[in-house]
Design a protein around this ligand. Structure first.
Ligand code: OGA
Ligand code: MN
Length: 209
């Protein structure tokens, strides 16, 4: 895994984002997907909101349903994911001196047709979104057999030296982890023709959600 973490770091430093394709094995993806469905069935998911001071639900901006992970009531497969993210945190601290302390992670379920418009996970000057402690965004997908024609790509916008930008589109393939700096990389989630599942989170330098 450490070699893959090196490639992830190179990606973030050189391009602004990095990918690890098998952060979770197909079996791990499958069990987490089942757990997501079970929790959703029990009514544990809520429509995601935007903002911090004034939290509002605006499905014209984002349409996902979320459920935060909590170590206190985590199932073994959820603990495994939290531990693996912790392992990534420790690796990043050891190699990049990032001073990461903690993670906050939620399941995200995008019903077919929903999306998340272009945004930053943290504003630079105004810390009202996400809080200033959000350093890195980490998203791991729980989808099975995702095809380009299913839509739902994560599009990242990379600023170019000439002042333009390059849009890169990333397939939400099961087990794939995408990581980028929360206050730097603008991104969006395109609408999909089927339900789109992930574990989305942030690596923080302190504080709590
Ligand atoms: C988010 C987000 C991207 C994705 O939840 O802030 O941008 O690919 N998610 O799910
Ligand atoms: Mn985001």
């Amino acid at each position: 895994m450490e070699e893959r973490f090196e490639l992830l770091i190179d990606g973030i430093l050189e391009k602004g984002y990095g990918i690890v394709d098998d952060f979770l094995s197909p079996d791990e993806v499958e069990i987490l997907r089942q757990t997501l469905y079970a929790r959703n069935q029990q009514g544990e998911f809520k429509t995601a909101a935007i903002g911090n001071q004034q939290v509002t639900v605006q499905t014209s901006i984002r349409g996902d349903q979320i459920r935060w992970l909590d170590r206190a009531d985590a199932l073994p497969e959820e603990t495994l994911y939290l531990d693996r993210v912790q392992y990534l945190i420790e690796y990043l601290n050891r190699t990049c001196y990032l001073g990461l302390l903690d993670s906050e992670i939620h399941y995200a379920l995008y019903p077919a047709g929903t999306f998340y418009k272009r945004h930053l996970d943290r504003f630079r000057a105004n810390s009202s979104l996400g809080g200033p402690q959000r350093k890195l965004s980490v998203i791991c997908y729980l989808n099975q057999d995702w095809q380009e024609s299913d839509g739902g790509q994560l599009v990242v916008y990379l600023p170019q030296p000439d002042g333009g930008e390059e849009a890169i589109s990333i397939l939400p393939a099961g087990g794939r982890l995408v990581c980028f700096e929360s206050d730097k990389l603008e991104h969006e989630v395109l609408p999909a023709t089927r339900e789109r599942l992930s574990l989305t989170g942030w690596l923080r330098t302190g504080g709590t959600r």
